[in-house]
Write a protein that binds this ligand. Sequence first.
Ligand code: 5AD
Ligand code: SF4
Length: 472
Amino acid sequence: MAYVRKTIDIAKIKEQEAICAEIFERVAGDGQRPLAMVDTYGCQQNEADSEKLRGYLAAMGYGFTQDEFQADVIVVNTCAVREHAEMRVLGNVGALTHSKKARPGQIIAVCGCMVQQEHMAEKIKKSYPVVDLVFGPHELWRFPELMKRFMDSHKRVFATARDDGAVAEGIPLRRDGKVKAWLSIMYGCNNYCTYCVVPYVRGRERSRQPEDVVAEARQLVAEGYKDITLLGQNVNSYGKDLGIGVDFADLLRMVNDIPGDFIIRFMTSHPKDATEKLFKTMAECSKCAHHIHLPVQAGSDRVLKAMNRSYNREKYLSEIETARRYMPDLVLTTDIIVGFPGETEEEFNETLSLCEQVRYDAMFTFIYSKRVGTPAAKMPDPYTRADKQKHFDRLMELSNRISGEKHAEYEGRTLRVLIDGETGKDEYNLSSRTGGGRLVHLKGDPKLVGQFVQAKITASNTWALYGEIVEE
Ligand code: 5AD
Ligand code: SF4
């Protein structure tokens, strides 16, 4: 059946808000403000989803806590990308029996990518009776309705039907900070990399309308946010489903045209459709960070093909060359999977040599994790976990060395940075980011949080830079 982009009628979101108001009446009845805890695992997209969950919970009258023994509602927003994250979720959800015992009537919800997988929803149904409410990413927009259903019936609610997904506008948001903001521009993924579970749990690629994205960005700027990250599983295919001739580079320019002093970042990009137009636009847009997170995943053409990545080493390297031609100061980061089924010593060495060649500012490295239902799960894999760990350690060593060397190159330079928070430490009490997104620790007045300053870099290590404010 042909795919049709679905949107949730705004009237339906208004209905959800009316349900929030009903719940508000109910839970705020005894005069004491009820509390909710939202626990988030995984990627930035999940962080952004949790801001919607908090938006709805605030509309239902809940305040927020980090203590499960104080919470009347606990929402665990889960990740399915690797087994490790799932094991942590299950361990922590199992432990909630204690808080529920201490606080009868506590409502426990588990949502997000992990429970969108049938076998995981089943597992929770059978083995985690402490969980009252289970819903996948496609049902998030009707979280209030699901809450109400449970509150009315006290029967467990499971809403995890398979779905291509939709775009829902108008969900209330409660953002975490005041300086940096996530802005989802699209949802889902069509790429079907053979190791990855995301396309199965997050549905088809679907873009928000550019005017909705721009209106939200404008609002953020008006509220004083200084660092906006445009989010999508693969932002480079933004707009393809809209059929209105607007691509990601065009969207970037529209956001850049919003008056105000702020930085635009984005993630994640897929190398298969990162275009010269994008690099040129990044270079031309004064507010766009000169940073691109361009996951390469592997350095061997055979492995890249088996991963269904749709590019080879040569194409990737030539893209980097083009990007650096437009932005000589470009900060480059990547994701790498070690130990994809059947990856040999020689193939792994090709990953090392690619990293030496590119010299990433930072690398996010992962040992391959088998995911139920993905094609890679059926591929022969003769190598042991110990073999993979050895490769992983070598890659980490290389990554740390290169990051350290690249950071050392900043010493003595003066850069414009955005102070984004306090560290709680005495010596360097402020944290800030360069335009390229590198972390800089500074000492200064906490009132500077949210401001751009000039910082002279005085020291560095693998993870961060250290500096002093030279002009405010
Ligand atoms: N095993 C290990 N790493 C994975 N990633 C995605 N799926 C898997 C998996 N099955 C990594 C990729 C991706 C990042 C978000 O997570 O590197 O870019
Ligand atoms: Fe997963 Fe590949 Fe889609 Fe990224 S592009 S979410 S790795 S399928």
